[in-house]
Design a protein around this ligand. Structure first.
Ligand code: ZN
Length: 144
């Protein structure tokens, strides 16, 4: 029997949607995502590390694959670029061969934002302790 349409995954077959978050856009679960499942692939173009270094400015969507190659996740077709950073994330990004995936660290409830830790290098370059809008940092600053 077909499931009601409202519970259907609505982003290219994924169990989440793109929506408004604290920091621009974010990914939000539309159904329960079990613990330790692959949620989506972080896609893009594979380039050499030398090519990555030659990109002007501070490119945001680069993810190092190996000592020689980097994935440039800047194409808009990469849904992963909408997932926000959290210092206390519910998902994790990892390299598997030449591909990058994000998987759940625990069960994620419908409506919850899907977040992962961007890593220290990105955090220091683009976010910073005083600017991070994740719930953990927001709570820490509120305490003073
Ligand atoms: Zn934070």
């Amino acid at each position: 029997m077909p499931r009601p349409s409202l519970s259907k995954p609505n982003v290219n077959g994924y169990p989440f949607r793109i929506g408004r978050a604290r920091t621009g856009m974010g990914l939000f679960a539309t159904e329960v995502i079990p613990k330790h499942v692959r949620i989506f692939e972080y896609t893009g173009n594979i380039i050499t590390n030398a090519e990555a270094d030659a990109i002007p400015g501070k490119p945001r969507y680069l993810y190092n694959l190996s000592r020689t190659h980097t994935l440039d996740g800047s194409p808009r077709s990469n849904i992963g670029r909408y997932a926000n950073h959290s210092c206390k994330p519910n998902a994790i990004i990892y390299v598997y061969g030449q591909r990058i995936y994000v998987k759940s660290l625990r069960e994620i409830q419908p409506g919850e934002e899907i977040t992962y830790d961007y890593g220290k290098e990105y955090f220091d370059a683009f976010i910073g302790k005083e600017n991070c809008l994740c719930p953990k940092c927001t709570a820490r600053r509120a305490k003073g």
